[in-house]
Write a protein of this length. Sequence first.
Length: 352
Amino acid sequence: MAKLNFGGTEENVVTRDEFPLSKAQEVLKDEVVAVIGYGVQGPGQALNQKDNGINVIVGQRKGTKTWDKAVSDGFVPGETLFEIEEALQRGTVICYLLSDAAQIALWPTVKKHLTPGKALYFSHGFGITFNEQTGIVPPADVDVFLVAPKGSGTSLRRMFLQGRGLNSSYAIFQDATGKAFERVISLGIAVGSGYLFETNFKKEVYSDLTGERGTLMGCIQGIFAAQYEVLRSNGHTPSEAFNETVEELTQSLMPLVAENGMDWMYANCSTTAQRGALDWWKKFRDATKPVFEDLYKSVATGFESQRSIDSNSQPDYREKLDAELKELRESELWQAGKTVRSLRPENQVVEA
Ligand SMILES: NC(=O)C1=CN([C@@H]2O[C@H](COP(=O)(O)OP(=O)(O)OC[C@H]3O[C@@H](n4cnc5c(N)ncnc54)[C@H](O)[C@@H]3O)[C@@H](O)[C@H]2O)C=CC1
Ligand SMILES: CC(=O)[C@](C)(O)C(=O)O
Ligand SMILES: [Mg+2]
Ligand SMILES: [Mg+2]
């Protein structure tokens, strides 16, 4: 366990140096890791574990698209792919990777198979933290922990195949066996985490629900739309407005931030831009901070989790989400983006 200084605060971090894959394989050698749910995190985590030599099986409903996807990904019906209850019965570690809403409905079935000494693994603190809404209360004689990749399951798999890793948080809710730490860290390494930082179930879900509604997904779409609309209402063309709002950020500036921080990105822009950005960033912070404070309150009071449960438990939840995503996709902003993306040299179709 390394202690690293994060801007003046020391935190515990587990890296692959001190917990290599060989150690994870040794710890998990007698485990059967059952991945329940094959949506976004399920495939990424199951395939990375499979490639890392872990005895991983998938539990899915037969006759579904996700069952077929698991087969096309190489999981073999009756050997490494089973109906959900059989996977639950065979698994010694149950990776509960249904959607957070769907975990509620299946919980009574899962609980039946949580026999003493097994482990219940999550990738989000949602079900346990909001247990008054979800009803998810594990028996006392099983380990309960989480590994939460800080990114999409799609990226987790892509980065694994590139020999990279996506960092994850980990938390232990219940250590019935005395082995919860080595189990959770081994699983974190096995699913492809670059390094693991410590949290707890409540802090993970509060920060994650805030982040995805904030800078990572909700707020960023909001500021993209705001700037694009102001540019367009002042006569700028769609391509100019989109390039200045999104394309330059994703193609040039954000990779510089990822490489070496915000000051590095600023320093690689003009002094005109640096002066302006340094003058304006606090105005944007002050304008948006009240919204973030409201957002965090909405998370902490359980409003956001209940909203997610209510909408994502509806039979037509997927259709409703897809309809709103279609509206976003068909907006002028993202239609302009589609054309801009097609112009990238790497997307040009070279005539034979
Ligand atoms: N999507 C991501 O990349 C990330 C997800 N997580 C967490 O990992 C867990 C799994 O998330 P995802 O893979 O995004 O799940 P998902 O939303 O893709 O759902 C996974 C599977 O659950 C089943 N399912 C979903 N809703 C259902 C319903 N209402 N009834 C019956 N079955 C249903 C479907 O088969 C679906 O393929 C969640 O706890 C999530 O918060 C954590 C980090 C990132
Ligand atoms: C990808 C991720 O970390 C999110 C945004 O929290 C999620 O998909 O829930
Ligand atoms: Mg997240
Ligand atoms: Mg999330």
